[in-house]
Write a protein that binds this ligand. Structure first.
Ligand code: ADP
Length: 257
C-alpha cells in the first residue's frame, strides 16, 4: 500500500502541488490523471523519492519512504519513469537483468534464477526474441516494453509507471496495461488516455493545477460533470460492456474561415 498525505511541492518557489492525498490499495491499480502540467509526474517522483515533498509524507506499507535506504526502496518499488536510461551498450537481456540488481550485492554475479526471472519477464512483454539485440537499437515502443520487463524482473511489491503507453501502438497499450492489471502488484500509473484509465484502473486520482480535483472508483471520476471543467472539453460517456468509454469534442467549434 502506498499513501501520500498532505503532499505539497514547489520548484524554485513556484508551488506545483498542495494538500495532495492519495492511497494506492494493496494489489490495486491506481491511475493518476490530469491535464498537462497538473503535477502528475512531480507527484509520482515524490512517491519514489526522486523528489522530497515540501509538506506531508509518503508511506510505503505504513513506513515513511524518507526513512528507507535506497537499496530497500529498490527492492520494494519498481519504477518505469519517462526518462530513458542512459544509452548503455548492453543487450536487451542485460537491460532486463539489471532489474535483479537490488537482489544482489555489487560484487555478486547474477545467478541462474536471475536469468530465468529476466527471461520470463521479457516473454511477458512479448520481447523474448529481441533478447540478444542491442537495447539502443530498439524503437521507442520496444524500449518501453523492455523497461517494463526490467521492472517486472525486479519483483517488487509496488510498481510506479509514468505514461507507460507512450510510444506504444494500440495493441501493446492494451497488452501492457492488461498485464499490469493482472499482476496483483500495488500500482500507481500516470495515464493520459482516459479510456485506458477507464478500462485498467480500479481507482483514479484526478489532478488539476496541483490539487486533487476528484478521487475514487474510475466509474465515479470519469464523468462529464467531473472532467469537463478540468479538461475544458465536452465529454460524452458510453458504457462499453463492463467499462465506461469517453468521446471528446472541443467546447467551441472553430468559426469558419
Ligand atoms: P504533469 O506530469 O501533470 O504534466 P509535471 O509534474 O510534469 O506535470 O509539472 C507540474 C508543473 O511543474 C508544470 O507547471 C511544470 O512546468 C513544472 N515543472 C515540472 N518539472 C519542473 C522542473 N524540473 N523545474 C521547474 N518546473 C518544473
Amino acid at each position: 500500500m502506498i499513501t501520500a498525505s498532505d503532499v505539497g511541492f514547489a520548484y524554485d518557489g513556484t508551488p506545483v502541488l498542495a494538500g495532495v492525498e492519495l492511497t494506492a490499495a494493496q494489489g490495486g491499480v491506481l491511475g493518476l490523471i490530469g491535464p498537462n502540467g497538473s503535477g502528475k509526474t512531480t507527484l509520482l517522483r515524490i512517491l519514489y523519492t526522486a523528489l522530497a515533498p515540501r509538506t506531508g509524507a509518503v508511506l510505503l506499507d505504513g513506513e515513511p519512504v524518507a526513512s528507507l535506504p535506497g537499496r530497500e526502496m529498490a527492492r520494494r518499488v519498481a519504477v518505469v519513469a519517462q526518462e530513458n536510461p542512459p544509452e548503455l551498450p548492453i543487450s536487451v537481456a542485460e537491460m532486463v537483468l539489471l532489474g535483479r540488481s537490488p537482489h544482489r550485492s555489487a560484487l555478486q554475479p547474477f545467478t541462474g534464477p536471475d536469468h530465468a526471472i529476466a527471461a520470463t519477464a521479457l516473454r511477458r512483454v512479448g520481447m523474448r526474441e529481441y533478447a540478444e539485440r542491442p537495447f539502443v537499437m530498439l524503437s521507442g515502443g520496444e524500449k518501453q516494453r523492455v523497461l517494463i520487463a526490467r521492472a517486472l524482473a525486479q519483483q517488487a511489491r509496488h510498481l510506479l509507471l509514468d505514461e507507460p503507453t507512450n510510444h506504444l501502438d494500440i495493441r501493446y497499450q492494451h497488452e501492457v496495461l492488461g498485464l499490469v492489471a493482472t499482476l496483483g502488484i500495488t500500482t500507481v500509473v500516470v495515464l493520459h488516455d482516459l479510456n485506458l484509465a477507464a478500462r485498467y484502473c480500479d481507482r483514479l486520482v484526478l489532478l488539476h493545477r496541483g490539487t486533487v480535483a476528484a478521487a475514487g472508483p474510475a466509474d465515479e471520476v470519469l464523468t462529464p460533470e467531473v472532467l469537463e471543467p478540468v479538461y475544458q472539453v465536452s465529454v460524452r460517456r458510453f458504457d462499453d460492456g463492463d467499462c465506461a468509454q469517453l468521446v471528446f469534442r472541443p467546447r467551441t467549434a472553430l468559426s469558419p474561415p
